[in-house]
Design a protein. Structure first.
Ligand code: MN
Length: 201
């Protein structure tokens, strides 16, 4: 079955004031839809058309040469954005607890050190991309990807990610990407991140 854009699990305005309604409308309805449409067009008629998007992203090297870049960009965009809507919540923010918190403290020294590293990766991503907290098979790590590249393609499991493309913040924050990331912590859905951590561990 062809990919489709999942409904947001909350209203477009639910992440206000941190993420504004207009940004959410354009981001979800226009940008994510475009990734889905282009991924479907690239995969149509191939054996990969009915595969789970992350299975496709794990096997980019097996795709036909003439569609590999389009799939990498657009199936990546579909996977990344489907993930992104889930790891935000109007009830978000605060700090993680339990096993996830312990793992973050062990890997980064403290929660604040983790936040600094994650933010720095996002701020320093030149051009468009993402900053991620991933499980790399042995433990937690902060990584950054360009464009719509997914950590899944590198064998990593994304646990948390922030979209630092200008379309994610420009209407409200203009050029101030650091301010956007600072505000974004207020909508992080830590229970969802913890659930993904449990599944990855
Ligand atoms: Mn985006």
């Amino acid at each position: 079955m062809a990919y489709s854009v999942p409904d947001l699990p909350y209203d477009y305005a639910a992440l206000e004031p941190h993420i504004d309604e207009q940004t959410m409308r354009v981001h979800h309805d226009k940008h994510h839809q475009a990734y889905v449409d282009k991924a479907n067009a690239a995969l149509e008629g191939t054996e990969w058309a009915d595969k789970d998007v992350d299975d496709v992203l794990r096997n980019l090297d097996q795709l036909p040469d003439d569609i590999r870049t389009a799939v990498r960009n657009n199936a990546g965009g579909h996977s990344n954005h489907s993930f992104f809507w889930q790891i935000m919540s109007p009830d978000g923010g605060g700090e993680p607890d339990g096993d996830l918190r312990s793992a973050i403290d062990d890997a980064f020294g403290s929660f604040d050190s983790f936040k600094d590293e994650f933010k720095t990766a996002g701020v320093n991503r030149f051009g468009s991309g993402w900053s991620w907290l991933v499980h790399d098979g042995s433990g937690l790590a902060v990584v950054s990807t360009a464009n719509q590249d997914s950590p899944v393609s590198d064998g990593q499991t994304p646990l948390l990610g922030v979209d630092v493309w200008e379309h994610a913040y420009y209407l409200k924050y203009q050029n101030k990407r650091p301010d956007y990331i600072d505000a974004w912590w207020n909508v992080v859905n830590w229970p969802e991140v913890a659930s993904r951590f449990s599944a990855a561990g």
